[in-house]
Ligand binder design. Structure first.
Ligand code: TYD
Length: 209
């Protein structure tokens, strides 16, 4: 079946802060819309008015690591119910900046949350749903840190973390990708934005057609 005639698909973008996801998401969304597809672009934590309020809290208030994980999944439950599930049900494509793989990488890998607790929450909040395709933008934390420093004035609680935190997040992402049965494509995100976009669009064409 061609890209245009299949039902909805769920595509996620993952990577450590500063990996350059945002530019790539915009290219993919443009490309899919150019094919006449209905594309819902969203992000986590966030994507609904309530989930965006939870995002504000979780990115800026100090809290226990389990509170942080629970708020990520609370925001996700809301996002799934109001945006993701209805969009997929009507055959739209959903392109999302982060999903549960980010909770695995940041809360389990970065913060040390018990992996079994993560799995309980994941099974509770989306027992039957995983993305159809996940791009992991993989880059050394040193390069990502330079990009963050050049790019913006205001940093959140995660962007302020030290290099070793991002080393752990990166390792957890790579492990999750390895164990994903091919759901993940790992992209070398140390290259130029154009080279990465070319790669991403080529993969999208072959993987989803
Ligand atoms: P991000 O999505 O990268 O937005 P921006 O481009 O505006 O910085 O930032 C969200 C932050 O939230 C990022 O540091 C990763 C973190 N995060 C988690 O720790 N766990 C999660 O489950 C999600 C979805 C995000």
């Amino acid at each position: 079946m061609s890209l245009e005639t299949r039902g909805g698909r769920f595509i996620t973008f993952e990577g450590i802060d500063g990996a350059g996801k945002s530019t790539q998401i915009a290219s993919v969304v443009d490309r899919l819309r150019g094919r006449g597809l209905e594309v819902v672009q969203s992000r986590e934590p966030g994507g609904t008015p309530l989930a965006e309020k939870l995002r504000e809290l979780v990115l800026h208030e100090a809290m226990h690591l389990e509170t942080e994980a629970l708020l990520m999944f609370a925001a996700r439950r809301e996002h799934l119910a109001s945006v993701i599930e209805p969009a997929l049900a009507r055959g739209a494509w959903v392109v999302c900046d982060r999903f549960s793989d980010a909770t695995y990488a940041y809360q389990v890998g970065g913060r040390g949350l018990d992996a079994d607790k993560f799995r309980v929450l994941e099974r509770w909040v989306h027992p039957a749903l995983q993305p159809d395709l996940s791009f992991l933008f993989d880059v050394e934390p040193a390069i990502a840190a330079q990009r963050i420093a050049q790019g913006r004035a205001d940093t959140d609680r995660f962007e302020c973390e030290q290099r070793d935190f991002f080393e752990r997040v990166r390792a957890a992402y790579l492990l999750r990708a390895q164990e994903s049965n091919g759901r993940f494509v790992v992209i070398d995100a140390s290259r130029t934005p154009q080279a990465i976009t070319d790669d991403v669009l080529a993969i999208l064409n072959t993987r989803l057609s």
